[in-house]
Design a binder for this molecule. Sequence first.
Ligand code: NAD
Length: 357
Amino acid sequence: MNNYSLTSDFAMPTRPKPIVVIGAGGIVEEAHLPAYRKAGWPVLGIYDIQVEKAARLAAAFELKEVYDSMQELIDRVPSYAVFDIAVPASKLADILDQLPHGAHVMMQKPMGETLSDAKKIIEICERKQFTASVNFQMKLIPSIIAAKHLIGQGAIGQLHDMEIRMNIHHPWELWDFLFGLPRMEMLYHSIHYMDMIKYFLGMPKRLYAKTFQHPKQMQLASTRSIIVFDYEEPVRAFVNTNHGHDFGLQHQDSFVKWEGTKGAVKATLGKNINFPKGEADRFEYFLSDNAHDGWVEGPISGAWYPDAFIATMADLQCAIENPASPHATSVKHAYDTMRLVEAAYISNDSGGTTIPD
Ligand SMILES: NC(=O)c1ccc[n+]([C@@H]2O[C@H](COP(=O)([O-])OP(=O)(O)OC[C@H]3O[C@@H](n4cnc5c(N)ncnc54)[C@H](O)[C@@H]3O)[C@@H](O)[C@H]2O)c1
């Protein structure tokens, strides 16, 4: 492939700090703890308001400590540890308020449920001088890292088109806390895709969005969305999600596609297909200079779960070691993602253009 290198490497910390986990739910079991085990990073202990859930994960992952309360956790954990929080967004600010000054913090997305929650969270992080990240790890999936490197080298020329398409059947019943929330699909799911488009193309000038309920998922505020980024340039970038495709696997889709003036890249994110079991990821690219090769499949090892969770924690740990590091997962970047989400809901609520007579 000419002189372009294909890699999903990322910077790792030289002296990783130990981690303590707050929240013992599905994502911690499926991704956080497997990631830290794979990376060989020490996890000191775990706390959940449902102590039996914390105890179960401590046994499964051989963690030494289960804390009975936040106070006990704070008393026992050294202040240089990383506090890894994975609880519903509405609980974040209260937990952050309890952490020591200067703490190292990883918090699960979203960064609160509204932009005003996000403001409050960033204000706490700044006032308490945290080094803090939000776990927007989708942009750090191995195949997405590879795409970023490839596009960054100019392999597909000027990037002008980015499409994120999810046509899947998502088992929302796994997340009790989502039922009854006024904001759902764009806040809890498409937020990853908005974060990813921003990672590649920057902040748009404007955003158009519409989020829809599904007749079979009426207990949820919405489960399907169309979100269009407007850069006021010849750039098209959009998210198209349907989580209600309950018609087998054959036509399920889960991909990100980038088109440039000299080529294209497509990353299939297998985890979303047949979730939570998932299918394999795929990475393909087409370089116009080598058009005779057609679409080439790249050998990218690793997958979203758990590898992207290693990359996210590595990004935070590198920022702790060196404040000048890129820190792509920082609360500052996450706050901009929350601005996009807020814009998406404002656009949705303000309605489309009335059809003229
Ligand atoms: N790929 C991803 O980035 C991804 C995937 C799934 C979930 N998430 C996010 O992770 C968070 C948790 O999701 P989940 O799937 O683990 O949910 P879950 O419902 O399985 O678990 C949440 C856990 O948090 C605990 N909890 C609630 N309040 C707490 C508090 N104040 N202190 C300690 N523990 C508390 C609950 O008891 C529960 O065990 C959500 O914000 C969700 O958006 C992210």
